[in-house]
Design a protein. Structure first.
Length: 476
């Protein structure tokens, strides 16, 4: 019986591509490949789209002989650029590889210096120190690649290109520490299970809602605090006339004051003309506050009808992105059930984004028209307060709770996606080069917390990122 059984087990075992590789080198190689793919893949996809688009749109004749000749060298430059030792792939390899390779000598050293501590304590400490050292050096490597010099040589060089990566890691470390404290609380607290269940079910939505509020506030009043691509995407999703944003910004700054002539009539008057609305509505000296129908872009005088219209348009806009992606993922295992699940998932995500945008706008209208005037009054001073930040703040507060439409698993990942961007709005995006060591310390400490947690128990680092990191650092 033993012979056949062992044969069956051997045959059923799946061979992994890295099985022939020395175990300690597996994290380094896997991290490099993932880093290279993430650095090169999107650029190759963009190049492919540029190549295919003329054939789809029928513009092939006009073009693109010159572009066709340039595309092959461009592809070579993209592939070669990913191999630069100061780029993201090497950073990933140094971070993951160093965390595992340095652990062994550090463990041996601690075994000699800290004999009184338990073996588990020494192992945890060696992992933490190995990850800390690797993270510090890897970020230093990434920061060593300086951007091209600017034309104005007198301008003092600044740092901050890696801040988004650092804030992402800090957020993940805070999440690990928060989850650990919550687990400790559950172990020792006699609190009723209903309370614990409530906290568990609302934490991820609250993280997303708070983070979204900070991001949307920054997008409206401090757009320079957001990455350019992220800021551009939000603007595209919002579909708003920029003059309306400027009007509320100036109201907050105090340069637009209702019932006073401050020379601001020319800001919204062109929009009134464009929408065939009375021109005096755009003059804050005459009309205070400017009617919500301007915010509605002429859709309807009703705030509720405008909200419904926003949801429909936003749902369709989001579906153009979510539906193709969901169907593409379903093609991995094509069957009718999978395609139905993909359509439902795309519809849910589109409804989430449509509700997000709708709640933001309706929050603004709710404060300006439905509730605010009944609480603060309708005087010019009250209108200045409402349009000076309260209405936008209400929209920012409400919009993030649309996350409740998504499944609990998605809420977690989306909260962790938005939280680093929210954290980044609280700090300058550029700083003096001589302070880079501070960022490296913060990044190294946060990375050490996350890596130590995922090596000890992969479930402690939540979401897709935790599974990915656990797979990269696996040596067995």
């Amino acid at each position: 019986m033993g012979g056949p059984t062992s044969t069956v087990i051997t045959r059923n075992q799946k061979t992994k591509w890295d099985d022939t590789m020395p175990p300690l080198l597996r994290p380094l190689v896997k991290a490099y490949l993932i880093g290279y793919t993430s650095a090169v893949g999107p650029r190759i996809l963009t190049l492919l789209i540029q190549h295919v688009k003329p054939h789809i749109t029928g513009a092939r004749q006009k073009c693109h002989d010159d572009d066709q000749r340039r595309q092959l060298p461009s592809l070579g430059q993209i592939l070669k650029g990913g191999l630069d030792p100061q780029r993201f792939p090497t950073f990933c390899a140094l971070l993951a590889g160093g965390s595992t390779l340095c652990e062994i000598p550090l463990k041996s050293l601690l075994d000699k210096l800290a004999k009184n501590n338990s073996d588990l304590t020494r192992k945890r400490l060696s992992r933490f120190l190995a990850s800390f050292l690797s993270a510090y050096l890897s970020l230093k490597l990434l920061q060593s690649k300086k951007p091209p010099p600017k034309d104005d040589e007198s301008q003092k060089p600044t740092a901050g290109r890696t801040l988004d990566l650092t804030f992402f890691t800090i957020t993940r470390a805070l999440d690990v520490l928060g989850a650990s404290l919550w687990s400790l609380y559950l172990t020792h607290s006699p609190s009723p299970s209903a309370f614990k269940s409530l906290i568990k079910s609302t934490t991820d939505p609250a993280i997303f809602a708070l983070s979204s509020a900070l991001v949307m506030w920054s997008w409206f009043y401090h757009p320079d605090m957001l990455p350019k691509t992220y800021n551009k995407w939000i603007t595209s999703a919002a579909q708003i006339d920029y003059s309306l944003i400027q009007a509320l910004q100036r109201c907050r700054e105090g340069t637009l004051i209702y019932a006073k002539e401050t020379g601001q009539a020319e800001l919204l008057t062109p929009l009134c003309q464009k929408l065939n609305l009375p021109e005096e509505w755009g003059d804050p000296a005459v009309s205070y506050p400017f009617p919500c129908e301007l915010v509605h872009l002429g859709v309807s005088p009703s705030c509720e009808i405008h909200a419904i219209s926003r949801f429909v348009h936003s749902f369709i806009w989001a579906s153009k992105t979510y539906l193709p992606l969901s169907l593409l993922l379903a093609l991995r295992n094509p069957n009718l059930k999978g395609f139905k699940r993909a359509i439902v998932s795309a519809a849910r995500s589109s409804a989430f984004l449509g509700t997000f945008i709708t709640l933001f706008y309706y929050g603004v209208c709710l404060t300006r028209t439905r509730i605010g005037p009944h609480i603060l009054g309708k005087t010019p001073e009250a209108c200045n307060k409402i349009d000076g930040g309260i209405c936008v703040g209400t929209g920012c507060f409400l919009c993030g709770w649309s996350i409740l439409i998504e499944k609990p698993g998605r809420r977690k990942d989306m909260g962790m996606f938005v939280a680093p961007r929210a954290l980044a709005t609280l700090f300058p995006r550029r700083y003096d080069v001589d302070k880079e060591w501070r960022e490296r310390l913060a990044f190294a400490a946060s990375t050490a917390v996350v890596v130590t947690a995922v090596l000890e128990k992969k479930e402690r680092v939540r979401g897709v990122f935790g599974s990915l990191l656990s797979g990269v650092l696996r040596t067995d």
